[in-house]
Design a protein around this ligand. Sequence first.
Ligand code: NOJ
Length: 562
Amino acid sequence: MTTEWWRTAAIYQIYPRSFADANGDGMGDLAGIRSRLPELADLGIDAIWLSPFFTSPQKDAGYDVADYCDVDPRFGTLDDFDDMLAEAHRLGLRVIVDLVPNHSSDRHPWFQEALAAGPGSRERARYLFRDGKGDTGDIPPNNWESVFGGSAWTRVTEADGEPGQWYLHLFDSSQPDFDWTNEDVREEFRRILRFWLDRGVDGFRVDVAHGMVKAEGLPDWTPAADGGSMGGASHALVEEGVPLEPEIHDAGDGAPYWGQDGVHEIYRDWRALLDEYPGERILAAEAWVDPLPRVAKWVRSDEMHQAFNFAYLETPWDAAALRGVIDASLSAFGAVGAPSTWVLSNHDVVRHASRLALTVENLQGHGIGPRTPGLPDPVVGLRRARAATALMLALPGSAYVYQGEELGLPEAIDLPDDARQDPTWFRTHGERYGRDGCRVPLPWEADRPSFGFGPTDAAWLPQPASWADFARDRQRGVEGSTLELYRAALGGRRSHALAMGSVDWVEPSGADGVLAFRNGDVLVVANTGSADVPLPAGEVLLASAEVADGVLPADTTVWLRA
Ligand code: NOJ
């Protein structure tokens, strides 16, 4: 029997480095994850997605894989993985792992072999090696820039000690891009998919699913200045607290490395492979392209099951803009028979408890730090984040929750410069803070070392002292806490079958900062404006902030019995 569980699933993203550390070395691990799974089952989610835990030199926090079929010793062993998976399944949680097919680590044996084998070899043909331009070949093959800043090309030293060919890396120089026209690469990834499917995983989140195929001839390209770093739209603009009209940007459109048609053939191949397995294993695309009808190409019925809805993530806290993106999402994904997904935070963007209160434009991937203009008011940020989540979890489709958002964690803005580890920080010489601020280890128990992240004080990124107040044990069972709001919303989403429902706008939705819709027997009303509005009559099922006396205050979402 098929349940199509992925159409409605609430999926919790675990960032293994920062979730829970069993051995006390300051880096989270699989045993830590296993030990905390009951907490997640209790929260009311359906599945977990784990960012990479594979063998890796960790130049990009594990998105630089040296062995796709083994666990990095920092995170444990394959046995630890199997134990964690079994425990998740015992608790009724599905497990999705990250697949990183656009590039490997430069420590991957294939890349090492490619370096050794030299120009023109079968080994080099698995990556994108090219001769440089100019008399001495010292000019990169084209003008592409790395997502993390600087050139997307690095020159190698050949066996004779002379400067030689260049290789392409859309990300860090330690992340050489594969050549996906090469059958060796295709075959190897089929093997990798089977390896994890045979172990029992329920699916894959596919990294850079818009980037694997490059346009023939690798033509020059200069991206629009307002393009988000991963491609697609820029971060929604906000000026002086007033959200600007969201535009559908075409920043990624036309880039010879994003969203090339050839990627779809790969996913059709993978889908057929997954469908050989019982139990509805899924593929979820990380594809930063826009507009939404373009994203929907990734989830046509013979391709992936889900695609992240980054257009939603990038929409400002503004009723009209939200109505627009919700309609556009339901219509674009609906047109291909796929569920819409919803997401507000992940390990690449400023946490929404901070982002929604930024007052100056901040491009996706650039991050925020002590010297960033327009830093958020934390009280406003948290209030908006709670309201935004209460709205998101009432929408039909599948929703993603990033670890720590259920605690209301803000971005860690004040990380010391010397603690930062994101390659973006290094490649831009500190001009962009990058993504470390959303990756700080979680606080579990306020009064324990590392707030219970592990048994010692160690944490690979320092935890702000103020995070004691966000610790899970300070919020568990506490009425009005963010944790209890998430639990109630996830529970209500289930008991009212909201994820299977539909959005029926209640007019004049979108006007005056108010958004209102009916989904089944629930009336959802969000006030994104700065003034009180009348609260419709009815039993309050859920409220992101206190409501009383017929008033719905600013930055508040309520669910009422319709
Ligand atoms: C997207 C991942 O989410 C991000 O963390 C990573 O740096 C890039 N892809 C490169 O793999």
